[in-house]
Design a protein around this ligand. Sequence first.
Ligand code: COI
Length: 336
Amino acid sequence: MTKIYAYAIRKDEEPYVKEWKDAHKDIKVEYTDQLLTPETAKLAKGADGVVAYQQLNYTAETLQALADEGIHNLSLRNVGIDNVDLKKAKELDFKLTNVPVYSPNAIAEHAAVQAANILRQDKRMAEKVAKHNLQWAPTIGREVRDQTVGVVGTGHIGQVFMKIMEGFGAKVIAYDIFKNPELEKQGYYVDSLDDIYAQADVISLHVPDVPENVHMINDDSIKKMKDGVVIVNVSRGPLVDTDAIIRGLDSGKVFGFVMDTYENEVGIFNEDWSNKDFPDERLANLIARPNVSVTPHTAFYTTHAVRNMVVKSFDNNLNLIKGKTPETPVDLNKEF
Ligand code: COI
């Protein structure tokens, strides 16, 4: 009997795994709540394919451990492939899939809501209210419709974010090296990132973690931005030089920062530190600031998205096992 083994299945995913199992009674599905590591790879013994999601790096050792069990079909429940050793995956003849579009709305909505909260100084106001200080001043808000919003990256998520921001009445401008013809016709694109920096009051990043994007937000780019800029990163931690952001916040140049992804998040996010020593002083510093919204990579975390991630990744894995073309393969022959 064909068998799929899934890693790191959370309680909130279980109903969707059950839904998929019920619809595929001829497939054996087993799963664990443990992450896929070189040590746990042997749990998948006898499986034809493995389903996992991005929380740890899938290193050469992890991939080798799966290959040692005769497993070469790996389906990610998430979009990002930046944590997979793609060179090793190719060398070991892996077939890989991801779920590139599970709910752009989940992520775009989170970015929009947090950006609006920062503009309204909601965290600062909530802190005052919690101390029974019910005075208005000086916690005055900025309206979204008065902002120029610069969107860097106009893929699925960037486009939903643009629509939401326009719904609020903002002026939206965009930059992408891959221009969307429809958006181009509508005149959204500026010519360069520098144009975004010079014109935007709110800058939201929706680009992947590829080497050319690492630390695209740094001291130099922040210097080029408008005073009082709000920066939103719900994409990938390495896009932002965190120390540069802290300097920008300290100087007042940066009015606020939305951070759902952090360059050192692996091993820290999705863990309960409430009764343990907090492992990252810089992150603690950001969390404590009234003009910074830190969420632990949860922009994606909605029932809608989680269902799609589970169902689509299991569908993909089954197609790999059957030798059919999955809906969303990752092309390992491409140069990454
Ligand atoms: C992705 O889909 O790549 C994400 O960023 C969310 C994931 C960590 C579950």
